[in-house]
Design a protein. Structure first.
Length: 324
């Protein structure tokens, strides 16, 4: 698919066509999960990171592999285990006897889409190895910064039902994930197609590249240029403030959450072929962006409340800007 040169803007209709083509390509490998694929692609084009919580075997890693194949970007996978070291993630400097200097050997984090599988099984020290690269998009080893490629997204998975031997992600790391979603089980027809595809040897890696890293970079820049009016800025700030003032909430969303909500709303608008964002773009993604950042008090948790319910309450009580 031909994209425009970096110096020229990507027209809204071209952005929407490219977005749909990639989603369709991934959908041919991952059956019945179009909304999940769209959310993952929106997150990547917003230059964010994605946390996927779900039971094993529902296609979390396959989605990442198919997305990378369709975008024509490199992907990497890190299996997090209790004995994984930070250098196993970021890379290490090795002394080269021939040259007499230390040479940096990049770790698996130097890919465009990095699957951090079962991230909560590694120690907090190893989990923290991702903090710098998720925020700054470079890794510092022996005082030298090494940039990761663009686009860059960490897609981390964790199993919410098997907690033995795991280390819950701290609030500081959760806040660096732009969105948190679940894949869920496929419907009956989709699961039948999964069985057929397995029998015929059709897998996620069969997706063909429709674009390139440079073209994806142009789409990211196009999403950043989507117009956002002052009423929408105000709406986002009121939503963020609402999570902090809600009864039963111990910790509300941070300013970083507001930036994340803005970026994904812009990417969603561009995917719809618009050069402006609306409150509906914000509302559609607010739960995925904010819920994992909202911590409830012990009393609220004992009472059966969830952070997702808290976000829905804020959405319901916050007036939508006029004319939207």
């Amino acid at each position: 698919m031909t994209m425009t040169a970096p110096a020229r803007p990507v027209p809204a209709e071209h952005f929407a066509q490219a977005f749909t083509a990639v989603v369709d390509s991934v959908g041919r490998a991952i059956k019945g999960k179009r909304e999940v694929v769209e959310a993952a692609l929106v997150c990547l084009l917003a230059e964010g990171h994605l946390l996927v919580e779900d039971v094993p075997g529902v296609g979390k890693t396959s989605i990442a592999r198919a997305l990378a194949a369709s975008l024509g970007v490199p992907s990497g996978r890190i299996q997090f285990t209790p004995d994984l070291l930070p250098s196993d993630v970021t890379g290490v400097s090795i002394y080269d006897q021939a040259t007499g200097v230390f040479e940096f050997r990049p770790g698996p984090v130097f890919s465009s889409i990095v699957v951090a599988d079962e991230i909560n099984r590694a120690s907090p020290k190893t989990q923290a190895a991702l903090l710098e690269v998720m925020e700054e998009r470079h890794v510092t080893v022996d005082g030298v910064a090494h940039d990761v490629p663009r686009p860059f997204m960490v897609l981390a998975t964790q199993n919410p039902v098997e907690m033995d031997g795991t280390y819950p992600l701290p609030e500081a790391q959760l806040d660096r994930f732009t969105m948190r979603i679940s894949v869920g089980y496929p419907g009956h027809a989709a699961e039948m197609e999964v069985l057929r595809a397995h029998r015929e040897g059709r897998t996620a890696v069969g997706a063909s590249a429709l674009t390139s890293p440079s073209a994806v970079g142009e789409m990211i820049e196009a999403a950043r240029r989507v117009h956002v009016g002052d009423p929408l800025y105000d709406y986002i700030v009121r939503l963020i403030a609402g999570t902090r003032a809600l009864p039963g909430v111990r910790l509300g969303a941070s300013p970083r959450a507001g930036i994340a909500l803005l970026r994904v709303a812009q990417a969603r608008a561009a995917a719809a072929g618009r050069d402006y964002a609306t409150p509906q773009d914000v509302k559609a993604l607010a739960e995925s962006v904010l819920a994992h950042r909202v911590l409830l008090t012990a009393e609220a948790q004992v009472g059966g409340r969830t952070s997702r319910e808290a976000v829905r309450a804020v959405l319901a009580s916050t007036p939508v800007p006029d004319g939207s």
